[in-house]
Write a protein that binds this ligand. Structure first.
Ligand code: AMP
Length: 175
């Protein structure tokens, strides 16, 4: 199976989780072992030789973990509020469909460590920008961002590029 065939398994659910949102559901792609593998492999190609892999809860954990395992790298979880047991840095942010808070352990990343930041979908970019700030607060440096899918009409790429021009933004598909 090639990556295009794998990505074709992503389905669109209109009006979820609320009216007007066109939700990209990756679960049929995850359920196919060949598709899961080829998408993991494609995303892992965006990692630099020395970067750590960070993933954003919840769906960024799925591919962040598989990429980290595939590359024999460490995985850094960026979690929703109240889930991490040690001292955290915290950022509030606006979503396409609501508001949320992300957190990271203060000792999650070594000073100056390069990071590949992973999530499933790039929409408005609010989630990614919050996660980039959290990694920076720990002393890490996001060099690359990887998502499976980008929704270009929502401006996430432009927002991230304006705030963080040094970060390379990689997506497997734009829809
Ligand atoms: P944003 O912060 O607006 O870029 O939204 C990205 C985050 O929200 C990611 O963690 C996605 O999992 C989720 N998300 C936003 N919009 C969608 C969508 N249309 N379909 C699936 N997930 C989405």
């Amino acid at each position: 199976m090639n990556v295009e065939q794998a990505l074709a398994l992503i389905r669109t659910i209109p009006d979820y989780p609320k009216p007007g949102i066109i939700f990209k559901d990756i679960t049929p792609m995850l359920a196919n072992g060949e598709a899961f593998h080829v998408v993991t492999e494609s995303l892992a190609a965006f990692a630099s030789p020395t970067c750590a892999i960070a993933g954003i809860e919840a769906r960024g954990f799925i591919f962040g973990s598989t990429i980290a395992t595939y590359l024999h790298r460490g995985f850094i979880p960026i979690r929703k509020s109240g889930k991490l047991p040690f001292t955290t840095h915290s950022r509030n942010y606006a979503l396409e469909y609501g508001e949320s808070t992300l957190e990271i352990h203060i000792d999650a990343i070594a000073l100056g460590q390069d990071v590949l930041l992973v999530d499933d979908v790039l929409a408005t970019g609010g989630t990614m920008c919050a996660a980039i700030e959290l990694i920076g607060a720990c002393g890490g440096v996001v060099r690359d961002i990887a998502t499976i899918l980008e929704i270009p009409g929502l401006g996430g790429r432009a927002r991230i590029s304006a705030l963080h021009p040094g970060i390379a933004i990689h997506t497997l598909i734009s829809s």
